[in-house]
Design a protein around this ligand. Sequence first.
Ligand SMILES: [Fe+2]
Length: 290
Amino acid sequence: MGVSALGYIGLEVADLGQWRSYATGFLGLMDVSQSDTELRLRADARAWRISVSQGKADDLAFAGFEVRDAASLESVCDSLNAAGFAAVFDAAIAKKRGVTGLATTRDPNGVPIEIYFGAVESFESPMVSPAGVSGFLTGDQGLGHIVLYVRDVEATKRFYMDGLGFRLSDMIDMEIEAGRSLELTFLHCNPRHHTIALVPAPMPKRLHHFMLQVDSMEDVGLAYDRAERTGVRIAETLGRHTNDHMFSFYAHTPSGFQVEYGWGARTIDKNWAVVRHKKPSIWGHKSLSD
Ligand SMILES: [Fe+2]
């Protein structure tokens, strides 16, 4: 039994103030911060989904993967140990995150990974988007997805597949110049087409982008308008991906990595078969990066 979803992410950013307005005014997440040094953001009924802390990295600081209960947490730790990755229970971090039980480890690229159960749910205090987003698609699909730059893709696949129980969704051979392409690997742990994707390129940052999925096409269009209005730079124009069929655009964040903002992705079911794609997008997603 593996992890069931991406539950939360932590970002370390140089400009917390800029992130506060970006996350609320553009992304439409709800600010529920209780300190000046950590921005906590809600996307749904969970007490928080994204933590943003002040620091130099401008990168992913940690990722939290949810399991259903204490037995599943033990089972994932056993699988990690059997695959050669040490996982350690940590009550202090569990308390900080507001979860019931938690173990920590690091993926082969050094990303701190937390596996936990028993997060706080706050139905009594509904999530209200300050930007009027009708809703973020989470539930059994978790928070969204993260796309990581990795040095050793085989070791990273061992960590996420043998250790955390992810399964292969598909691959995209992405041409980066004539005759040279990178094989992107997409992994799932629930119906979301991919919760993690791996880019085999050594880059200074761990994170290429994280993705938030909204409930309607209008939510994507309205976010595109908000980007134009508030001076958020678009990284890739509207488009539809070949593998998950996500209708989305990419925006630069204040930290250099990007956000994918999407709607309408297809999901994985028991009949899913692994395939390859030769292009990342059916149409659109034109890069505007300088
Ligand atoms: Fe994505």
